[in-house]
Design a protein around this ligand. Structure first.
Ligand SMILES: [Zn+2]
Length: 322
């Protein structure tokens, strides 16, 4: 096994685009409106600990044409007037759907972040591949153009809702890596799995560490270990932040022991709920990672760099599910 271990953090950076077509959008609006501020706070935090992240950006959020550009082709039911009304659109630069200078801000930091794509329209590539491949290709083209305009060539795609699809088309468009789904410890007993998932909200059960996997399309996949957020709706909104943070820390120590990758992820808007607690918890995690980095026990890497590191030493995981 490769020594030292690796710590990866990836962020689905989309403001409200992940719920733009969702009747429940109003319930998340306050969180989405805080997202641009949270992104700035996170960038400072990462710089302080010298820890890079993979920022997966939705094109519509920063592209100068992002508001009206072929919107009806992807969202026929969306009323642009409603979308740009006061509650969603504060002004032309920052809002729940626009963050013009996000790429600039990421580039200006000292931590060596990776800018990845989270698509242009936040569309689901598994269903599009089956039902409307042309629209999928159109999205891939739109991403390419938007990132080119800000001098970025993303090599990693983080699929919206982790719905994996169109891998060959992404390969042709120059992508080399993608983020996979959450790796869960699976037993043969479905009931046990269900109970375990519930218990994880109460007890700090150890999340899984991951290794890259190679697909026939040529792309490499990196699954995730833990979604770092307390949901803002439903009974789980009362989950203890300490349990969640302790799960991350247990996972990090397991990575150190096994030489594997611990991969944390969340959406910046998630931190809009119990914001101070989320920030404090993440700070505690990054502090521990920093300490382990100084001791030479772990490296903080982006998705791209983590995959490259393990590919070099041929430490890959075979594809068993899917
Ligand atoms: Zn998303």
């Amino acid at each position: 096994m490769t020594i030292p271990a690796s710590f990866v953090i990836s962020l689905d950076t989309e403001l409200a685009w992940g719920r733009i077509n969702d009747p429940e959008l109003p319930f998340y609006l306050d969180q989405c409106l805080q997202a641009s501020d949270i992104i700035k706070e996170l960038l400072e935090l990462f710089d302080g600990f010298e820890i890079p992240a993979t920022w997966a950006l939705v094109g519509r959020m920063f592209d100068e044409k992002g508001l009206e550009y072929a919107l009806s082709e992807f969202y026929p039911d969306i009323d642009l007037k409603e979308l740009t009304a006061d509650n969603v659109m504060h002004n032309n630069s920052n809002s729940a759907i626009r963050f013009n200078d996000v790429v600039d801000l990421i580039k200006r930091t000292t931590a060596e972040h990776e800018i990845a794509s989270h698509s242009y329209n936040h569309v689901l590539f598994d269903t599009l591949e089956r039902d409307d491949a042309k629209l999928a290709i159109q999205d891939i083209e739109m991403q390419k153009e938007a990132f080119k305009n800000v001098n970025v060539k993303p090599e990693t795609i983080v699929f919206p809702q982790d719905k994996i699809g169109c891998l060959d088309a992404f390969n042709q468009a120059g992508y080399k890596y993608f983020r996979g789904k959450l790796k869960e410890q699976k037993m043969d007993n479905g009931v046990v799995n269900k109970v375990n998932r519930q218990l994880a909200h109460v007890f700090p059960l150890r999340p899984e560490c991951v290794l890259p996997q190679q697909h026939s399309s040529g792309l490499y996949e990196l699954k995730t270990s833990l979604l770092y957020r307390i949901p803002s709706r439903g009974i789980k909104r009362y989950t203890s932040m300490q349990v969640l943070t302790n799960r991350a820390i247990i996972g990090i120590y397991h990575a150190v022991e096994s030489g594997m990758i611990f991969h944390l992820y969340f959406h910046p808007f998630n931190f809009g709920y119990r914001r101070k607690e989320h920030m404090r918890g993440l700070k505690r995690i990054l502090g521990i990672v920093r300490e382990l980095m100084v001791q030479g026990k772990i490296e903080a890497l982006t998705i791209k760099n983590a995959i490259e590191k393990y590919v070099k030493t041929s430490e890959l995981e075979s594809i068993t599910d899917e």
